[in-house]
Design a protein around this ligand. Structure first.
Ligand code: FES
Ligand code: MG
Length: 579
């Protein structure tokens, strides 16, 4: 059933015979458009997170033209709306501080302008959840255009992976095994094209999740950014969104709990970034109470879904380019379908179900996308631990940590902030052994602030020189999806607001037991109460500006770090603007 033109939002701006609409039309004419450009047509916003300093989205200037071509072909009126870009390496102190700002911006851009549907262009880590969270809350039809991964890195014929290999070779450099000249060669070889990090970091994980949620065209999430297939996909997005407007295929009609369960399943099979938990929880809560997922859901799925994407950092060899050639996300999902792990009746943006979209999907390389019977890791990518050190939970990625550390007891070595940690790392006299548990605190949502990716606490240089490459580490920070190691993250509640993590002292004994899903500080409740009475909150992080709003409203990691007032349940629906 095609929606009548008069019922489109944009018609309220353009159609009436009144003075306001005269203003809208005359101003559109001022830009060189003609009545024929909009009359009887859906207006499609293209929310573009391009910027001159976002390396992952540097192809978006061209892609936006390709989307526009599709919109025009299908009889729509495309308008580009730029949104904050959130380049992972350049935005400080952390892009996580601004994910919710992008979500707000997306929602309000769409609400305040005369638009009927949107193509959302993102990919670099926080842009996928930011754009989707905002679009879900706004509620008009939208389709996600993932930036796609960059090409494989290359150094002297060795494949280089984003992040993972920088950490790895940096350790070798610190150990004195790599020269300055070689280091500069690595610098020039590790990122060779437009597109997101090409390991299974947060970007690839979240783009895959967007596809599992049904918000992208089938197969879209794994196409390399600079592949001509990516250009065609962009144009297809433009064509499809116009039909979605006529069909009124809104997020509310699309999303069910099944979509989010599919997303968790795919996240696990991908060997997902730990950040996926926070973003997916936040997205699900935006989609309404019936869609809401929790840390316990992740743990439940992690026990039944194996990691089958042999892509670094969980895998040992391959990158996203290999994953694409091996069949990509459709290939991976076809394996999950065959194992009965997906809800096949979940609807997607192309108007077909996940099951229908997977018809004909295949895997072309069983080593890159493993059969369920030969996974790279038997259980899922993530484990949720609870205990007196993290009553509301914390997260570890067992597939990326040394097996002997999965069960570990050792003495704590505590750092109250990042500068203290940084200083100690290179101290040759630091009193530390490989059995210590390194703790970084006051690095959570409020304490960080913004929960920076400090969770892969560096191994002290002294130990690196002795050959130590992994240790048990615990923090209320996040870690980059490209990182690896025995890093317990997202401890909730965080230290800054007085979680028990704030009460740990150097020398206390801590046990992390991943198979038992527990984390325990061996200090009595009475002693903890004594320490709590003496505890003082660190100084305020912000006195003015966006940071004040952030500090007042940010929720803890187990709730997805959304602002409380952006949650669907916060109050009544937002009014449409009066025209
Ligand atoms: Fe953009 Fe990694 S820096 S995805
Ligand atoms: Mg990252």
């Amino acid at each position: 059933m095609k929606k009548p033109y008069e019922e489109l939002r944009s018609a309220r701006w353009f159609a009436p015979d009144d003075l306001r609409s005269f203003g809208h039309r005359s101003r559109a004419l001022q830009m060189g458009y003609d009545h024929a450009d909009w009359q009887g047509k859906p207006v499609v916003a293209i929310v573009n997170t391009w910027s001159d300093i976002n390396q992952c989205h540097s192809h978006f200037k061209q892609r936006v033209e390709e989307v526009k071509r599709g919109v025009l072909q299908a009889g729509g009126f495309p308008i580009e709306l730029p949104a904050i870009s959130l380049s992972e390496p350049f935005v400080k102190p952390t892009t996580m501080l601004y994910r919710n700002l992008l979500a707000i911006e997306t929602e309000e851009l769409l609400r305040s302008h005369p638009v009927d549907g949107a193509v959302l262009m993102g990919g670099c880590d926080k842009t996928t959840p930011g754009l989707l969270m905002g679009a879900i809350s706004m509620g008009i039809p939208c389709i996600y255009l993932p930036a796609g991964p960059m090409l494989r890195g290359n150094w002297k014929g060795n494949v280089l992976g984003s992040g993972s290999d920088s950490w790895k070779y940096w350790d070798e450099r610190r150990a004195g095994n790599i020269s300055q000249a070689e280091w500069e060669e690595i610098e020039g070889g590790i990122a060779r094209s437009a597109g997101t990090c090409m390991v299974m970091g947060t970007a690839a994980t979240m783009m895959g999740i967007a596809e599992a949620l049904g918000t992208t065209l089938p197969g879209a999430s794994s196409i390399p950014a600079v592949d001509a297939n990516h250009q065609r996909m962009a144009t297809q997005c433009g064509r499809r969104i116009v039909d979605m407007v006529w069909e009124d295929l809104t997020p509310a009609k699309l999303f069910t709990r099944k979509h989010f369960e599919n997303a968790i399943t795919v996240a696990m099979a991908e060997g997902c970034s730990t950040n996926a938990i926070i973003h997916l929880v936040a997205m699900s809560r935006r989609a309404g109470p019936e869609c809401e997922i929790t840390l316990d859901d992740f743990d439940r799925f992690s026990r039944k879904v194996p990691v089958i994407a042999n892509v670094r950092p969980s895998g040992d060899k391959y990158l996203m380019e290999d994953f694409y050639y091996a069949g990509g996300m459709r290939g991976l999902m076809s394996r999950l379908r065959d194992g009965g792990l997906l809800h096949l009746d979940a609807m997607t943006v192309n108007g077909r179900t996940i099951g229908e979209n997977l018809e004909g999907a295949a895997v072309y390389n069983d080593d890159v996308i493993r059969p369920l019977s030969n996974p790279i890791y038997n259980e899922g990518a993530l484990a949720v631990l609870k205990g007196n050190l993290a009553p509301d939970g914390c997260v570890i990625k067992p597939s990326a940590c040394s097996p002997e550390l999965l069960k570990h007891t050792g003495p704590a070595l505590v750092f109250d902030d990042y500068p203290a940690l940084k200083k100690a790392t290179d101290d040759p006299d630091l009193d530390v052994t490989k059995d210590h548990v390194l703790i970084l605190r006051n690095a959570g949502p409020q304490g960080g602030p913004g929960m920076p990716e400090w969770g892969m606490v560096p191994i002290p240089t002294k130990l690196v020189k002795q050959g130590v490459r992994d240790m048990m580490r615990i923090s209320d920070a996040r870690m980059s999806g490209t990182s690896y190691g025995a890093c317990v993250l997202h401890v909730s509640p965080e230290a800054y607001i007085g979680g028990n993590l704030a009460l740990v002292q150097t020398g206390d004994t801590i046990t992390v037991d991943v198979p038992a899903r527990s984390i325990h500080l061996h200090v009595s409740d009475e002693e903890l109460a004594r320490r709590r009475a003496a505890w003082k909150q660190p100084p305020k992080r912000f006195e003015r500006g966006y940071g004040v709003m952030f500090s007042r409203h940010i929720m803890q990691a187990d709730k997805g770090c959304d602002f409380d007032y952006l949650e669907t349940s916060y109050g009544g629906p937002t009014d449409e603007p009066a025209i």
